[in-house]
Design a protein around this ligand. Structure first.
Ligand code: B3K
Ligand code: ZN
Length: 853
């Protein structure tokens, strides 16, 4: 592929107001008849150049008349009408595609016999020739035809159903989508599917037919997703005033899918792991994931579909904003405090490293070589943080006002990030835009001083390399022994303080006089900005914060800092005692005033990945693993009494999947995890064998595997045998196996690749084994390079079939430079090898950036 630049954006010379598609489905010879009306929009002397990808043209007509061969040029990759009419005209192109040969899972393919499509970002061109770009909005009329096979196949497309039935031995259905949309939101699904149905009445009283289609027999497992959908629809009305706009809303679950789900207009297609759930087979995490993804895709109907993106550089316009919306939804449905901790944990674990490594890019990049590689945690999660900062700066009321303006002004258009920002009452929109332009994570230095009753808090911004100073919202409180000090009388130098939000530019100082004891600052409450906080390490201060802070995020963060301090000390072979840490986190974990889900988080040590992050350079992965194992075991032993009490709490009903029950299970299982590492395994073994709730069963299994318990093998075997016919559960088993760290993980993963149920064809399966393996720090980063070679081999093979998944797996190399010389060199050699064999632009792009940056 060639590098595309934002500054080169130009609209198309023709508009495409309407398209009529006739799709006659066949496993290897699907015929697509595309009749599109075009009209001049720019220079009428320009040829009409449409994109294709692997297409075979069989017929071409202009206004119903066959085109002469000299009037056009057709290759698999494009169609050019050399001299288009200077007024509105209709171009009819008939092409043939083979769904069964489509292993890339882009365009039209079959998953378990079900025809489905994935068009974002550039998959539509694998179905028919088109202006395959988001700024060309078209009204679609679609006729789907299929053989009348037994089992009553359903035929679905976007919009409203006009007619359906049988004709000439075939089934047909006719769909019309009145809302103009870009190609990437087009979808077709056909196959034998079961459904759960419901209706939703919108706030203005319109009835919408809802259906979720799944593999026949699994209908009951879609009920939670249906419930989540109805709650999402209601929430978008109450929180954002957004109503659904078609007569039907359909969701289809398929098992072969490159990502989580897709927001096609009125016809969302989902990876079945984000639809199917049953407490016997799905964990509480699966349930909250389903709720979040159902909401996310539904929310796209307004942020993404009604207002779409002008070009793919604006991807964060729909993704960051929609992630922000789904995070807010989950916070309202469950617990705001817990949701924030989860979101920030994900940001720090995935996005911060991306932003610091060779794959770093701005939230709104200025160039890309392969668009599929731009669906990153930076665009999504950091993108959401930028919206959150905007919200923090102006407050909920003004934010809602700005959103209303955005919907009013840009409905039905393809917009830019600037368009969006212009809707909000920001003091300095251009300064805020820097957040979209700069890659990298800023650091804010925090210093405190206390002399003669005068306290001063100083904050200094240090932009990332090549970056500019940006406005940073710092939510803060200054805490005395008995509570937060009143800041209204504080002296503020430079930055401005509005309520508890300090707007920080280069630096800011807050002075408070007349104190008789030294206070402590609680800064970046709720993680009010995506920055690194550079504050002198001070366990005594963190312990005091644990006593005083009322901000749940900062409480958790202080507990993590304390644990990280001990972890780093272990890594360096120090001998810090765990007693103080055990005492501090034990106290919060046992505190009945805090919600159980929050207490569960406090019992979880910072991950190995977090340790790698703070060590920053020349990391020895074996030592990381050993330090983590040791500290977990030591804490488990030191906290034995507290943990035993927590484990003895009454268990919630096995089939109660509500947030409160999930939190209760999380707390008991977090306690069990530590206790198991500390040697108390008996109850864990029993739970791993007997629990009827998947959260409990899996947690116990995980605890045994993580502790390298002698019982782990038998428990894993029993789990495998019990669930080998449930693909989504078997994936969990593959992941636990891939994450074991007993020195023979690389060999084990190679063996598991020969497991009869392992296949490179199913992305979920690949991610469950190979993706999980890349998270196994000691194994993937093995000093002899065996882990790197394993990943390289898989990615190189997969590159031939599914380049998107191959490229995504390779992003695990993003942090290789943090490790010590033998590892770095091994990784480089392996990457050069992958580069030499790269076939797709996806893999070539990722590897080039990994080797360069
Ligand atoms: N918009 C899709 C992602 C498409 C990825 C294309 N490679 C799902 C989502 O973010 O909602
Ligand atoms: Zn999205």
């Amino acid at each position: 592929g060639q590098t595309v630049h934002l500054e080169d954006y130009a609209p198309t010379p023709y508009r495409a107001p309407s398209t009529t598609l006739m799709i006659a489905l066949h496993p290897t010879r699907t015929v697509v008849r595309n009749e599109t009306a075009y009209e001049p929009a720019g220079n009428v002397d320009d040829p009409l150049v449409l994109e294709g990808d692997g297409l075979v043209l069989v017929e071409a007509q202009l206004d119903g008349m066959a085109l002469s061969a000299s009037a056009y040029e057709a290759t698999p990759d494009r169609f050019v009408l050399k001299v288009p009419p200077k007024k509105r005209f209709t171009l009819t192109l008939v092409t043939i595609v083979s769904p069964d040969d489509n292993t890339e899972l882009m365009g039209l393919y079959r998953s378990n016999g079900v025809y489905c499509t994935q068009c974002e970002a550039e998959g539509f061109r694998r179905i028919t020739y088109a202006y395959d770009r988001p700024d060309v909005l078209t009204v679609y009329d679609v006729l789907v035809l299929a053989d009348d096979t037994p089992g009553e196949p359903v035929l679905l497309s976007n919009g409203n159903l006009i007619a359906s039935g049988k004709m000439g031995g075939r089934r047909y259905s006719h769909w019309h989508d009145p809302f103009p949309k870009p190609t990437y939101l087009f979808a077709v699904v056909a196959g034998v599917l079961g459904a759960v149905t419901d209706t939703f009445t919108t706030q203005s009283g319109k009835a919408v037919d809802l259906a979720i289609y799944v593999e026949p027999g699994k209908e009951a497992r879609a009920e939670y997703a249906m419930d989540a959908l109805k709650r999402s629809m209601r929430w978008d009305e109450t929180r954002f005033g957004r109503e659904y706009d078609l007569d039907v809303f359909n969701i289809v679950a398929v098992s072969d899918f490159n990502m989580g789900a897709m927001e096609n207009k009125g016809l969302n297609v989902f990876n079945d792991r984000y639809v199917l759930a049953d407490p016997r087979l799905a964990t509480d995490t699966d349930y909250s994931g389903i709720e979040a993804v159902i909401a996310h895709e539904y929310f796209h109907n307004w942020t993404g579909n009604r207002i779409t993106c002008r070009d793919w550089f604006q991807l964060c316009l729909k993704e960051g904003l929609t992630v922000f919306r789904d995070q807010e939804f989950s916070a309202d449905m469950r617990s705001r405090a817990v949701e924030r901790i989860e979101d920030v944990r994900r940001l720090r674990l995935a996005q911060f490293p991306e932003d610091a490594g060779p794959l770093r890019h701005p939230v709104r990049p200025a160039e890309y070589a392969e668009i599929s590689n731009l669906y990153t945690t930076t665009v999504y999660e950091k993108g959401a943080e930028l919206i959150r900062m905007l919200h923090t700066f102006i407050g909920e009321t003004a934010f809602r006002r700005g959103m209303d303006t955005y919907f009013e002004r840009f409905d039905g258009t393809a917009a830019t990030v600037e368009d969006f920002i212009s809707c909000f009452e920001l003091d300095e929109p251009d300064a805020f835009m820097r957040w979209y332009h700069d890659a990298g994570t800023p650091t804010v230095r925090v210093d405190e001083a206390y002399v003669d009753g005068r306290y001063s808090l100083q904050l200094t911004q240090c932009p990332p390399e090549g970056g500019a100073i940006k406005p940073i919202p710092v939510r803060l409180a200054v805490l005395g022994q008995t509570g937060a000090l009143d800041l209204s009388g504080a002296g503020v130098e430079e930055g401005s303080l509005c309520g508890d939000i300090l707007t920080l530019k280069e630096s800011a100082t807050i002075n408070i006089d007349g104190l008789n004891e030294e206070p402590i600052a609680s800064v970046f409450r709720g993680f009010s900005a995506p920055v690194h906080i550079d504050r002198p390490v001070d366990p005594v201060r963190d312990m005091a914060l644990l006593e005083r802070d009322s901000d749940p995020f900062n409480l958790w963060d202080a507990s993590q800092r304390l644990a990280l301090g001990v972890l780093v000390d272990r890594y360096w072979g120090g001998s810090l005692e765990v007693d103080a840490l055990a005492e501090s986190i034990g106290r919060i974990a046992a505190d009945p005033r805090m919600e159980p889900a929050f207490r569960a988080f406090v019992l979880q040590l910072p991950s190995r990945g977090t340790l790698v992050e703070v060590l920053a350079g020349d990391v020895d992965a074996d030592k990381v693993d050993a330090a983590h194992q040791e500290l977990t075991a030591a804490l488990g032993a030191a906290m034995a009494d507290t943990l035993a009490k927590l484990r003895a709490r009454p268990a919630p009903t096995a089939d109660d999947v509500r947030a409160a029950a999930a939190g209760e299970r999380a707390l008991r299982n977090a306690a069990q995890h530590l206790a198991t590492a500390g040697g108390a395994r008996e109850a864990t073994v029993r739970q791993a064998m007997e629990a009827t709730n998947m959260t409990d069963r899996l947690a116990a299994l995980n605890a045994l595997a993580a502790a390298n318990a002698p019982e782990a093998d038998a428990a894993l075997k029993a789990f495998h045998d019990a669930f080998e016919d449930e693909p989504l559960v078997l994936n969990k088993w593959f992941s636990i196996e891939a994450l074991r760290s007993d020195g023979r993980s690389v060999e084990r993963v190679r063996e598991l690749m020969a497991h009869p149920k392992f296949s490179l064809k199913n992305p979920n399966r690949v991610r469950s084994l190979i993706g999980a393996f890349t998270q196994n720090i000691a194994a993937f980063h093995r000093a002899d390079g065996a882990g790197y070679r394993l990943l390289a081999e898989v990615a190189t093979t997969l590159d031939q079939q599914n380049p998107q998944v191959a490229a995504r797996l390779l992003t695990a190399f993003g942090e290789y430079r943090r490790f010590d010389a033998p590892r770095r060199e091994a990784a480089r050699a392996v990457l050069q090898d992958v580069q030499a064999r790269a076939r797709s632009s996806d893999v070539a792009d990722i590897v080039r950036r990994l080797l360069k940056g």
